[in-house]
Design a protein around this ligand. Structure first.
Ligand code: NOJ
Ligand code: CA
Length: 662
């Protein structure tokens, strides 16, 4: 850093690349930018991300397509929901044959979504509400309409322009590579009559893969990244990154050359604007996904693809094993990295990261109608996968919010939107957001036939039954419940940053885990079954130092407080009314640090029970009992402020409510 505080123009050694001819090519040309240090570079660990497509959210000019002006009008809703970051799916010019992931120009926005001025205003308004924006950097491929490709295909085979993509005279190269979109594509090679050669593509045939053996490609991508950083975005989802490089004799996934490219992108990002994030879309097994964190020098976040289907599996089987097993297999990640957790997104619920037997099971459970299946997955939304069972939807979301990682909510899932499996491709889960019971669900005033996709209109999930306006009026609605869940999640760093330890009661329908961060401990108890379950939770089983702390806590009468504050207090806090039939509690602490509980069905009910280990305060109760508990070796516990979650929003000066103790 120079004396005036600006970052000097030297190029970090990691930000150069070697061309085929052996020349070193700088991929980070001279730069001189004002440093914009982030106050907390690990902000993404505490984030709650909301994924949306601009076209689906709000249509300001009533042409049937959502746009940035429409999205800007909806920012109050998102702020009120409590999410902290928006992940916008591709909004660049595109022929739209892969919903914008087929980009024909990375430098500007699709005119269907407005102007750059609209985009800038949206960014300003988002910033004003402290909402960060993460965009897509589709680095693996472009549209075949991108000028890079049109130039490549008409250029000589030996030219530099041709070298931006991967070409071959035969379609027999890279024979060990799987076809990902196996419903539509038969090969990863497509013949181009103009180039008189085959070009390589891991996805649709209209999406040629870029050639990352050409340093100019990386250089161009980094320029594009900087452009959007200059516009204020906080990070990038790196789409389809396992496939950047190809080598004969391999399956062309997760190659060391690919990791080298990602390290260069990270280096360029950090040197240009520290505190921004890369989110890896690497649909791989845990140890392979793990590699995308590098040594903390590749991506900041990566989706936990193997965990996601196993949550569905655990609920279907009413057995915690799929979850505990995959998390056991999940390696530790560098301290500056984070898993990105999700239940659903804009793609099919991918079943690539399960065994054939597991896939058949999930298909037969969640996609009995073959039309719900696509490629190796299921094209349905969360609510319909859960058969619109409110308790199951809540349980799924509770797990999402309490597992280690940063949760991502797919737009519409907070109100329980449904899908339309009769629409092609994955369009059934990409229909317009349902705002009101009015025409086009309040999304657009256009003629309904003009909408980019029809509204969901069936009697169960249609916009007349499921919409934001109606749910905003009811504190018992899924939307209000989700807001409360989000506000509880945000009230502590333990969920985003804490460790996870499983407690294993004999009853495998009950999933018990402890989250701990610094001096805060949260016990989470989830019943994965359809009926109430009894479980004995042995908090004394741990041997590690951290566990010993918990053990000590449980032995020093705090077991009693676990018991007294069990399931239904927490449950009640998230619901507007306590469900009477489930409100009988029977947590009875025993001397050995055990407590027994009857856990209501399909619910994660003790999630927000927590201890703060601080000096000078006592644990007090919500009810009449105010008896502090001595918890040697920790001097005492302080009262836990809990927002009154029966309100739709926390009251600014609400009197702290206290978790009860015996
Ligand atoms: C990943 C995106 O999530 C998916 O929607 C898209 O079809 C593929 N990349 C190919 O572009
Ligand atoms: Ca519009």
């Amino acid at each position: 850093m120079s004396e005036d505080g600006s970052i000097s123009s030297t190029i970090p050694p990691c930000c150069s690349a070697v061309s085929r001819e052996g020349r070193v090519v700088n991929v980070v040309p001279d730069i001189k930018v004002e440093p914009k240090p982030e106050s907390d570079e690990l902000w993404f660990k505490d984030a709650i991300i909301y994924q949306l497509h601009v076209k689906a959210f709000g249509d300001s000019n009533n042409d049937g397509i959502g746009d940035f002006a429409g999205l800007t009008e909806k920012l109050d809703y998102l702020e009120d929901l409590g999410v902290t970051a928006l992940w916008l799916m591709p909004f660049y010019p595109s022929p739209g044959r892969d919903d914008g992931y087929d980009i024909s120009d990375y430098r500007t926005i699709n005119s269907d979504f407005g102007t750059m001025q609209d985009f800038r205003r949206f960014m300003q308004e988002a910033k004003r509400r402290k909402l960060r924006v993460i965009t897509e950097l589709v680095i693996n491929h472009t549209s075949d309409q991108h000028p890079w490709f049109t130039r490549a295909r008409r250029s000589k085979a030996t030219s530099d322009a041709r070298n931006w993509y991967v070409w071959s005279d035969t379609d027999h190269r890279f024979a060990e590579t799987r076809v990902i979109f196996n419903d539509t594509e038969k090969s990863n090679w497509t013949w181009d009559p103009e180039a008189k050669a085959y070009y390589w593509h891991r996805f649709f045939s209209h999406q040629p893969d870029l050639n990352y053996d050409n340093p100019r490609v990386l250089s161009a991508m980094i320029q594009i990244m900087r452009r959007w950083l200059d516009h204020g975005v906080s990070g990038f989802r790196l789409s389809a990154i396992p496939y950047l490089c190809e080598r004969e004799g391999t399956n062309n996934e997760n190659l060391p050359e690919t990791h080298a490219i990602i390290k260069k992108i990270r280096c360029a990002l950090d040197s240009y604007m520290p505190g921004k994030v890369l989110l890896a879309e690497a649909n791989q097994w845990p140890e392979d996904v793990n590699a995308y964190f590098g040594d903390g020098d590749e991506c900041h976040m990566a989706y936990h693809f193997p965990l996601m289907p196993r949550i569905y599996m655990a609920i279907a089987q009413e057995d915690r094993f799929p979850i505990t097993d995959i998390l056991r297999q999940t390696p530790d990640i560098p301290a500056n990295c984070q898993w990105a957790l999700f239940l659903r997104n804009h793609d099919e619920l991918t079943l690539e990261m399960v065994t054939d037997v597991e896939r058949d099971y999930l298909w037969s459970t969640y996609a009995t109608d073959p039309r719900a299946r696509i490629n190796l997955g299921i094209r349905r939304r969360l609510a319909s996968l859960m058969d619109n069972d409110r308790r199951k939807i809540e349980l799924m979301n509770s797990l999402l919010m309490s597992f280690p990682g940063t949760p991502i909510i797919y737009y519409g899932d907070e109100i329980g939107m449904g899908d339309n499996i009769y629409l092609g491709d994955r369009n059934g889960v990409r229909t317009p957001m349902q705002w009101t019971p009015d025409r086009n669900g309040g999304f657009s005033r256009c003629d309904p036939t003009r909408l980019y996709l029809p509204m969901i209109m069936d009697p169960v999930y249609g916009y007349e039954a499921v919409n934001v306006e109606a749910q905003s009026r009811s504190l018992a609605s899924l939307l209000s419940w989700t807001k409360r869940l989000i506000s509880v999640r945000k009230s502590s760093k333990v969920f985003g940053r804490g460790s996870l330890t499983f407690v294993r009661p004999a009853n495998r329908s009950v999933l018990v885990y402890v989250r701990q961060y610094e001096n805060e401990v949260v016990l989470c108890v989830a019943n994965l079954s359809r009926s109430a379950q009894a479980a004995e939770i042995d908090l004394a089983e741990r041997t590690s130092r951290r566990s010993a702390m918990l053990l000590t806590l449980s032995r020093s009468r705090l077991t009693g407080s676990f018991g007294s504050c069990s399931a239904n207090l927490m449950h009640r806090r998230l619901r507007s009314r306590a469900p009477r039939q489930n409100s009988r509690r029977s947590w009875s602490p025993t001397a050995g640090g055990r407590c027994s509980t009857a856990v209501p069905n399909w619910c994660l009910n003790a999630m927000f029970f927590r201890h703060f280990l601080r000096a000078g305060a006592g644990l007090q109760s919500e009810g009449t009992c105010q008896r502090p508990i001595s918890s040697a070796p920790y001097p005492s516990l302080r009262p836990i402020p809990i927002w009154d979650l029966r309100c739709s929003r926390p009251k600014a000066r609400a009197k702290p409510r206290i978790i009860c103790c015996p």
